[in-house]
Design a protein. Structure first.
Length: 325
C-alpha cells in the first residue's frame, strides 16, 4: 500500500509521519522500518532493494521517503509531458510503485508538490492521499493554542507568528526552546529572546517607509544590519517593495481584493491590499527606481565608494528623499 502525505504544512506532515513511525514501532518493532530523509542522495539499487523486498520475520514492512523541497523549476522541466525520456530519481521511484509487495507500506511525504509533474500524476493514481493544508495565520494560531494550551498567551502566539513569517515548524521550535526556561510564555519573553526573521523585519521596515516614518525606518534598518549583510538586506528590500508596487498598480486598475491576492499569491498578507499609507503611487515608484539605480551604479563602478558602510549611506540617502519634494 502507498500513502502520500502532502501539501503546504511541513510541520503537520512531519508530525503525522512521526505518529506513523511510533505506531509501527510499537506494533512491529523498528527492524523492518526504513526512513529515507535524504532522498536525492540515495542509490537507485538501494531503493529497489528496500521497497520491493518483503519484511524479515515480521507481518509488515514500512518504508518512509521524505521529499523535503518543493519540486524545482529544473525538475518541472524534466517532468514535463514532452520529456518522456527522463531518468530522474523521482521517475525511477514511480516505476517501483507496481512492484511493492502486499505486506509492504510505502509512505511518501512531500511539501507543496507541483501538480503538473509526472510524479504527482503517477502517485495520485495509486496512493491514498492525505493533505495537510494551512490556509491562513488563524489556523496556525489554533494549532499552536491547542498544542500548548495554557503554556503560552494569545499575544505571545501572535507575536511569534509574525516574527517567524507564519512558519509553523520554526514557531514550534522557538516555543520548545522558551519552555525550557519559562513555565508560561508571554509576549515579553518572545520579544526579549526571539529574533524576527529577516522577511518580517523587512516587512516592518517597509511599513514605516510607506508611512513616511523615516526615523523609525532608519532605526529598524540599523537593527537588521547588525545580523544581516547589507547586500542581502538590499535585495530583500527590493523584493518586498516590488510587491507593494504591484498592489498599488493593480488597485489603480480597480482590481478586486480577491484578484490582487490571487495574482500576487499574497496568502496571509492579503490585508496589505486594504491598508492605507501616506506615500502615493508615484512617490513609491520614484523611491523604488532610485534604489534600483544604486545597483546599476554599483555594477557599472559609478559609485564613489565600495565599502558596506558606504553602500548603507547611499541607501539612507535614498530613504531620506522619500519625504523630500
Amino acid at each position: 500500500m502507498i500513502y502520500f502525505f502532502t501539501w503546504n504544512s511541513d510541520f503537520l506532515v512531519k508530525q503525522k509521519v512521526l505518529n506513523w513511525k511510533n505506531q509501527f514501532i510499537s506494533k512491529y518493532g523498528d527492524f523492518n522500518l526504513l526512513h529515507i530523509k535524504n532522498f536525492d542522495t540515495v542509490d537507485n539499487n538501494f531503493l529497489t532493494l528496500n521497497i520491493t523486498s518483503t519484511s524479515f520475520l515480521s507481518e509488515k514492512k514500512l518504508v518512509i521517503i521524505d521529499i523535503d523541497a518543493p519540486i524545482k523549476k529544473t525538475e518541472i522541466e524534466v517532468w514535463s509531458e514532452e520529456d518522456d525520456s527522463s531518468n530522474s530519481k523521482l521517475d525511477y521511484l514511480a516505476s517501483l510503485f507496481n512492484k511493492i509487495p502486499d505486506d509492504n507500506i510505502l509512505l511518501i511525504s512531500a511539501i507543496n508538490p507541483d501538480k503538473r509533474t509526472k510524479f504527482y500524476k503517477a502517485i495520485t493514481k495509486i496512493a491514498k492521499i492525505e493533505e495537510f493544508n494551512i490556509k491562513d495565520n488563524h489556523e496556525i494560531y489554533w494549532i499552536i493554542s491547542r498544542t500548548y494550551d495554557k503554556k503560552i498567551t494569545r499575544e505571545a502566539i501572535e507575536t511569534l507568528i509574525s516574527y517567524k513569517s507564519w512558519n509553523l515548524t520554526k514557531i514550534v521550535s522557538e516555543i520548545e526552546k522558551l519552555l525550557i526556561t519559562f513555565i508560561k510564555i508571554d509576549k515579553k519573553e518572545v520579544v526579549e529572546n526571539i529574533v524576527p526573521e529577516l522577511e518580517e523585519s523587512i516587512f516592518q521596515l517597509i511599513d514605516d517607509l510607506l508611512s513616511k516614518n523615516i526615523v523609525e525606518a532608519t532605526k529598524k534598518m540599523n537593527i537588521i544590519l547588525n545580523d544581516t549583510n547589507i547586500y542581502a538586506f538590499y535585495n530583500n528590500l527590493l523584493a518586498n517593495l516590488r510587491t507593494s508596487i504591484y498592489i498599488y498598480h493593480l488597485k489603480n486598475l480597480w482590481q478586486s481584493t480577491t484578484n490582487i491576492s490571487e495574482s500576487l499569491n499574497l496568502w496571509n498578507k492579503t490585508f496589505l491590499i486594504t491598508k492605507n499609507y501616506r506615500i502615493n503611487y508615484n512617490e513609491l515608484k520614484r523611491f523604488y527606481i532610485r534604489l534600483l539605480n544604486l545597483d546599476k551604479k554599483m555594477k557599472s563602478w559609478k559609485l564613489m565608494w565600495t565599502e558596506e558602510s558606504d553602500f548603507k549611506y547611499e541607501i539612507e540617502n535614498v530613504i531620506i528623499k522619500i519625504i523630500s519634494r
